[in-house]
Ligand binder design. Sequence first.
Ligand code: ZN
Length: 513
Amino acid sequence: MKPLAEPAIDAVKKKRIAFTPQRFSKIYYNWMENVKDWCISRQLWWGHRIPVFYCDDCGEMTVSKTDISVCPKCGSAHIRQDEDVLDTWFSSALWPFSTLGFPEKTAELEYFYPTDVLVTGYDIIFFWVARMIFSGLEHMNRIPFKDVLIHGLVRDAKGRKMSKSLGNGVDPMEIIEKYGADTLRFSLVNGVAAGSDLRFSEDKLEGSRNFMNKIWNASRFVLLNAQDKDIPDFESCRLTVADKWILTKLNRVIREVTVNVKKYELGIALAQLYDFVWSDFCDWYIELTKPVLYGDDENKRNQTLSVLIHVLAQTLKLLHPFVPFVTEEIYQNIPNHGESLMICEFPRYNAKNNFAKQKGDMESVMEIIKGIRNIRAQTGAAPSKKVRLYVKTDKKKLVKDTAQYIEKLAGVQEISFIAAKEELAEKTVSQIIAGFELYIPLGELVDTEKEIARLKNEKERAENEIRRADAKLSNNGFLEKAPKELVDKEREKLNKFIELRKKIIAELKSYEN
Ligand SMILES: [Zn+2]
């Protein structure tokens, strides 16, 4: 083994072969530097049978590539082949070149050897990876691959290794049947660091399946709207501030995913895509396009659809390595987009698609929308209730230009500008964000008359309770006969309702202007 191990150690030391994560090269060195000679025969039925033939008459041992029936030494026909087979790992070590036609000098071997990357678990670094490396160097005189990407083991939800005796294993075919192949694949990659073990749980699968549904539903929305429309070429579209924002975000995610895939940080790449699809594309951009899609301007609508389709197609390309089936199915339904996603070029970062100013502008508008949503949530305003909005800002033009987004996404019916809060005569609820002060009349958020009626009702109920408890506590008979706990409880009740009445009165007062 020593002469085989030395050049194999050298190949990793000189970085002709690189382990990712790098820490796993230690395991490799540890095995290879302390390597013992290797018995390559096994007494099993399955495997490559050892090509050694024995003569029963003269005892001659012959090694031959082809089967022999006659002893080359004495001519006897009493020949039998050794029954042992090669160790599984000896055969597996031949994989990088035997699959390409070795020992023949095939075109495939010439073109594909050495391969780029080998992906495997850390538990077989010596058994398989090391043996492929020294076998490749010995038989081909070249390394078998440049990168070794090590992944962790899949463990159960409690972190235990899956095993037959524990009965905690999962059958991938059952998971695929229940959740789909893409969901399983996604769950095994999302957020997982290279080389780290992963805990497997149904919760994680459900989260992944929800994401598949999100992609599916968003795509259906775009494709249904685009049906039978005359969609212009994306390059010729006049872009809105929302379009420029999503294109900038898309461009950024293209760069991040590309960088991380190149570093084999697949878990990070996928997490970035997840955020882009879920938040930027679905929660924001699609919502921002709705006022135009449901509007009357056909030209604008078709241009918006063109941008939607462009972003969708690019996103599907980015997702394809992680979500192959769902993305392919959607892609083939996009009008005028090649026959298969599998043969598309991976998206490339393009500095031309960075719109820094519009990205900043759009993010300000999104902050405004979030601010208004906050106010609505705090006051418990009905989602359908439209409100008037007062804004104090230096960026009036931006607010005017994007008014339709604010109106549609935050339930605003009218936007007015003010120079100072003091201008507002009505009682308002405010939210202050960078560059903008937002005010909404309280009366717009809650139905004042209904609220006053409700509070008056509450006040009456509290007063009844107070009267009842008062009567009880001024009854000497009750005070003398009742157990102490019961009397205390009654006092407690009285105090509670006195407090409540105070609060209701204060609230009622706030409506008196
Ligand atoms: Zn013989």
